[in-house]
Design a protein around this ligand. Structure first.
Ligand SMILES: Cc1cc2nc3c(=O)[nH]c(=O)nc-3n(C[C@H](O)[C@H](O)[C@H](O)COP(=O)(O)OP(=O)(O)OC[C@H]3O[C@@H](n4cnc5c(N)ncnc54)[C@H](O)[C@@H]3O)c2cc1C
Length: 388
């Protein structure tokens, strides 16, 4: 087992890092809920520059606009994107929805959507959660019932999407209401502007921009079906495993730990540099241990993906670690920098252009792709083989 990257891969890592350092502003580019139209233009330009290098979908086949590189290079790229605080939402079509299309999509769907995504175009939202189906996702009630050449969709989704106007929905809906709940679900790739679709914005959750989507007798052509009819649950599980094990967030958190260490060199407490206090050293050491452990868990999943091994519990192990790390980081930031941790980026004296304050809020965000409790259930049942 190799723990070191080869000289070629290290050179690629440096190339990506140099590009991102030059292309991205030093602070957080923007937060979804606070994104201005000018930042949207900036983001589009940034995506185009990544696309020109064929970096957006590094590991996808060349015929669909990818660069045909392997998953290890792709993970190196994603890790650097997180480290340089590239906007998360820009990655959703490439990291979550594109891989699903590659795996389950029809040839027509691949040819239509993948080249568009690799060009950095198109806004895709994942529509799984409903008011009565969050943790118990298989209980989802949105229906897509066959009606001639179409499916007729009715229902509601919540906590989905981002601050941009969507072009497509990656939708989970019940296609066989008589089947046991895990067996009657299918996945669709639905144009977002069909008659009968209404999108309403939710108040931002911890800086995120989220929405509700309502379907009222929406006619979706049968060609929008992705994967096999009524087999959507297994497709959703694979999609969620990819989301849970994302390495970009680890890069982002690792950068924050490094920045925090740098602030502690500058700040003083009781007349002494903060870094010279044992309690501060212990806090920083704990953060480093946890973020490194999490990083290697991410790389283990990348290794499994690269070898084509199935991933279920391993992705949940990563997710548990990630979700446990956020409150640790939030608490350490607060204890180390005090009330400065509450100053937003535009305030005088805000540390790291508001990055400390950002992590105070981000610590609340442990729900997406399944709460910590649900991840533990998965590890217990699927990882340890314990009874449901
Ligand atoms: C920032 C953010 C982004 C999101 N993005 C998306 C998105 O893009 N697409 C999408 O479809 N969804 C998205 N979601 C929704 C997210 O996946 C759900 O919020 C999550 O699955 C939890 O569902 P819920 O909120 O309905 O909570 P509930 O399921 O109601 O859970 C409430 C509490 O009960 C606990 N609980 C529930 N069942 C059990 C159990 N069996 N055992 C132990 N504890 C349990 C949970 O852990 C939780 O603490 C997002 C959410 C957030 C906050």
């Amino acid at each position: 087992m190799e723990f070191e990257l080869s000289p070629e891969r290290l050179a690629f890592q440096r190339e990506v890092a140099a590009f991102l350092a030059a292309e991205l502003p030093p602070g957080r580019f923007y937060e979804e809920s606070r994104q201005s139209p000018a930042q949207q233009v900036e983001l589009d330009r940034f995506l185009k520059r990544l696309a020109e290098r064929r970096w957006l979908a590094l590991s996808w086949p060349v015929e669909y606009g990818g660069a045909g590189r392997d998953l290890i290079d792709h993970a190196i790229f994603n890790e650097q994107m997180g480290y340089y605080r590239a906007p998360n939402e820009a990655l959703v079509p490439v990291t979550i929805i594109g891989p699903a299309i590659l795996q389950f999509g029809t040839e027509a769907q691949k040819r239509e959507h993948l080249p568009r995504i690799t060009r950095g175009e198109g806004v895709y939202w994942q529509l799984f959660t409903e008011p009565n189906a969050g943790s118990d996702l298989a209980a989802l009630e949105t229906r897509a019932l066959r009606d001639g050449d179409d499916f007729l969709v009715n229902g509601q989704k919540i906590f989905v999407g981002d601050g941009r106007e969507p072009d497509y929905f990656y939708l989970a809906a019940r296609t066989d209401p008589t089947a046991p709940k895990h067996r009657g679900i299918s996945i669709f790739l639905v144009p977002a502007r069909l008659p009968g679709i209404t999108v309403t914005k939710l108040d931002p959750v911890a800086g995120w921009a989220k929405n509700q989507v309502f379907f009222d007798d929406v006619r979706v052509p049968a060609s929008a079906l992705m994967g096999q009819l009524n087999q959507g649950w297994s497709h959703m599980r694979e999609t969620l495993a990819v989301e849970r094990s994302g390495i970009a967030t680890n890069g982002e958190a690792r950068r924050m730990v490094e920045d925090l260490i740098a602030y502690c060199h500058e700040l003083t407490r009781d007349g002494q540099p903060l870094v010279s206090h044992e309690w501060a050293q212990n806090l920083l050491a704990d953060l480093l241990i946890e973020v490194e452990a999490w990083r290697w868990l991410c790389w283990r999943v990348v290794h499994l993906q690269a070898t084509g091994a199935p991933i279920v519990a391993e992705a949940s192990v990563v997710a548990i670690h990630r979700k446990a790390f956020f409150p640790l980081l939030q608490n350490a930031i607060y204890r180390l920098v005090g009330s400065y941790a509450l100053l937003q980026r535009t305030a005088v004296g805000a540390l790291g252009e508001g990055e400390c304050e950002f992590w105070q809020r981000e610590a609340l965000h442990t729900h997406s792709a399944g709460t910590p409790e649900i991840q533990r259930n998965i590890v217990a049942v699927r990882g340890l083989g314990l009874p449901r």
